[in-house]
Design a protein around this ligand. Sequence first.
Ligand SMILES: O=c1[nH]cnc2c1ncn2[C@H]1C[C@H](O)[C@@H](COP(=O)(O)OP(=O)(O)O)O1
Ligand SMILES: [Mn+2]
Ligand SMILES: [Mn+2]
Ligand SMILES: [Mn+2]
Length: 202
Amino acid sequence: MAGRDISREEALSRLDQKHACHILLYADSKAKLFGKIPIKHIVLMQMRFDGLLGFPGGLVKPSEESLEAGLSRELQEELGAAVSVSVNDYVSSHLAQSPPHLILHFYSKKITESVLLEIERAAVSNAVDHGFEVLGLTRVPLYTLRNGGGLPWFLSHSFISNSRAQLLEALRRLELVSPQNLEEAVKKAEEMRHIVKSDPPH
Ligand SMILES: O=c1[nH]cnc2c1ncn2[C@H]1C[C@H](O)[C@@H](COP(=O)(O)OP(=O)(O)O)O1
Ligand SMILES: [Mn+2]
Ligand SMILES: [Mn+2]
Ligand SMILES: [Mn+2]
């Protein structure tokens, strides 16, 4: 998705434009897939009402609330849980090209595995948006299996606005996936998108 990164200061000077805040919540984990493949970290995304993957969060009104207060409000609606977000969790701001002039703020926050499990439970039982704006929380598989399953297939899905770029940048910056594994997963995902597109209709 085209557009350009802008500073938080420039973003906050553009109060006449629409702003949205989204967050990557993650935790370390000792759990193993099939009892043998360490998952290492749990990263949360969501399946949106429009069938696209994205992060929890939403539209905020910086003229009436801080970015962090707006994001916390959205998280209460979409996750059914109070997640305290501070300016220390802020990562970047992006001026989107489409839809024009939407400013996208991105956050990431490390939580414990037990808090993350609590959020997953609350999202189903508590969140007012569950089943409507948000069809479900999903974990991002960070491993790549021998047949390409895992991160490559996940990356071959469709993502809202710049959330795929936000995910890749965060996985790299937070060292949740090694640069080499990430590069290989992105390459494989491209091949897989090509395979899916060229599949004949049933
Ligand atoms: O995860 C995201 N990363 C970057 N931009 C996003 C993400 N999710 C949505 N968006 C963009 C495109 C949307 O139209 C706006 C508003 O976000 P949304 O979550 O749909 O807003 P509400 O929850 O309905 O307030 O941001
Ligand atoms: Mn919302
Ligand atoms: Mn939302
Ligand atoms: Mn909203």
